[in-house]
Design a protein around this ligand. Structure first.
Ligand code: NAD
Length: 475
């Protein structure tokens, strides 16, 4: 069994002082594939001290120097694409074709941010004042298991662009992927202490980041529950926070849409990333009088999806990350049945032939009401619910009837109508008619889906403080 027993501090791979271990289990086979020795609070403090020291010089670097570093990070990640994708498939269960895409996306974050940096105005003049943007300090980056590479690089790229140094705590469930990305960052040859990475639990290493006075900003992606804990614990030292949290994104299908082509797209938008995506469009909202048609189209789209070994080229849905998470999804399916929703396809248990891994049957419920648990809570698995409306206003009200506000999807033939609906939805990102995400534009949530925005110049802004100077030109 492979043991990962190194953390990355001050440009060196060292053994952590922590002694807790976490087993790494392949979700496809449920075989143990390794273990990670986790760092503790002391390791976190050592990493923060290294980042604090490195900040003294790194904060003084020029835009050109940092732009060149972003290029090097991009190149180093791409150079490691095969090993990174392999770790993503074996540890997380990402289907092969999406695993490659995910590493490319992680690398592209550096180039997108480089472009934003090259055009960024660090000094502006407003009336009699000179307004200067300065790096905020050490950034504590805490990430989840469902998109480890891209979450780390989006946050790291913004911090580097701003002139900040970082301490990173990836998910304890992503240690194989952490090992690969750490090696890539090391290969990029940054000054010592600019990037520090500590494996560890949230309540130890993560908690130390959030309370340590030498961390200026916490850039967190994860659940809304933990986001709230971070907000509370960071309040003591008045931390800046960027929080990218959960979602229960609506997908409104307007009556004039071409249902034959749109429903399969809506299904795919709900099942993205094995159903474990913060932005998954898991609430499909359709005209009441077309429910029969929707049921039929969605059922056949779902039943055509290949669930299985993520190494197979044609696999669309891999397993759920852990058995615990698998059981969680099962509980949600059971609650849908218990609360009276109509199960159209999928349901409890494993798909036939996939009994050994954490595979969930892609599941569709209709006749769902807004008060049902499956309509309200983030399930984080391939489970979709269909809600119905009589008027467009009602569709919008249903879409907004949630504590979340991360993503939203609208499908319509009339683009003006689609844009009007988009303007009424309380969500940070709205995708119309199957359009993709724009990774150079801001990403983040309304309401309990988060605070702040990432990517491009908005991401850089999060890592900066603003200083207004008057009298600067007076002799
Ligand atoms: P999680 O909140 O359980 O954990 C996220 C990270 O926080 C992990 O590294 C964990 O160790 C750490 N953590 C846990 N407790 C902590 C504490 N008290 N202090 C500091 N750190 C702590 O989330 P998860 O289960 O790993 O990921 C799934 C969640 O992430 C979902 O809710 C999903 O919607 C969300 N997510 C959001 C986005 C987004 O951009 N909005 C993207 C991906 C995932």
């Amino acid at each position: 069994m492979r043991t990962m027993d190194q953390i990355y501090v001050n440009g060196e791979f060292i053994k952590p002082q922590g002694t807790d271990t976490q087993l790494l289990i392949n979700p496809t086979t449920r075989e143990v594939i390794g273990q990670v020795v986790l760092g503790n609070e002391e390791d976190a403090r050592m990493a923060i001290a290294a980042a604090k020291k490195a900040f003294i010089t790194f904060s003084q670097t020029t835009v050109e120097e940092r732009s060149e570093i972003l290029q090097r990070l991009h190149d180093a990640v791409l150079a490691n694409i095969d090993d990174m994708a392999e770790a993503n498939i074996n540890e997380y269960g990402a289907p092969k074709r999406s695993a490659i895409g995910r590493v490319k996306l992680a690398a592209a974050n550096f180039l997108d941010t480089k472009q934003a940096l090259d055009n960024f105005e660090f000094v502006r003049y407003i009336a009699s004042a000179k307004v200067v943007s300065e790096p905020v300090g050490v950034v504590g980056i805490i990430t989840p298991w469902n998109a480890s590479y891209s979450q780390i690089t989006a946050k790291l790229a913004a911090a580097i662009a701003a002139g900040c140094t970082v301490v990173i705590k990836p998910s304890e469930l992503s240690a194989l992927q952490t090992e690969q990305i750490t090696q890539a960052f090391h290969n990029a040859g940054l000054p010592k202490g600019v990037i520090n990475i500590v494996n560890g639990y949230g309540h130890t290493v993560g908690a130390e980041f959030t309370r340590n006075p030498d961390v200026a900003l916490i850039s967190f992606t994860g659940s809304t529950r933990v986001g709230k804990e971070i907000l509370k614990s960071g309040a003591e030292t008045m931390k800046r926070v960027t929080l990218e949290l959960g979602g229960k994104s609506p997908n409104i299908i307007l009556d004039d849409a071409d249902f034959t082509s749109v429903i399969p797209v809506a299904v795919a938008q709900g099942f993205t990333n094995n159903g474990q995506a913060c932005v998954a469009g898991t609430r499909i909202i359709v005209p009441e009088h077309r429910l029969g048609e929707v049921k039929q189209l969605a059922k056949s789209a779902i039943e055509a999806i290949k669930v299985g070994n993520p190494w197979d080229e044609d696999t669309v849905l891999g397993p759920i990350v852990t058995e615990k998470q698998y059981l969680n999804v099962q509980r949600y399916i059971q609650s849908g049945i218990d609360e009276g929703a109509e199960l159209v396809t999928g349901g409890l248990g494993h798909p036939a032939g996939a009994e050994n891994g954490n595979f969930v049957k892609p599941t569709l419920f209709v006749n769902v009401t807004e008060d049902m648990t499956i309509a309200k809570e983030e399930i984080f698995g391939p489970v979709l619910v269909v809600l119905t409306y009589k008027t467009v206003e009602e569709a919008i009200a249903i879409a907004n009837n949630t504590n979340y506000g991360l993503g939203a999807y609208v499908h319509a033939a009339d683009l003006d109508q689609a844009n009007w609906v988009a303007s009424k939805i309380a969500a940070g990102v709205v995708l119309i008619n199957g359009a993709g995400f724009e990774m150079k534009a801001p990403f983040g949530g309304y309401k309990q889906s988060g605070i702040g925005r990432e990517y491009g110049e908005y991401g850089i802004e999060e890592c900066l403080e603003t200083k207004t100077i008057t009298g600067y030109a007076v002799k």
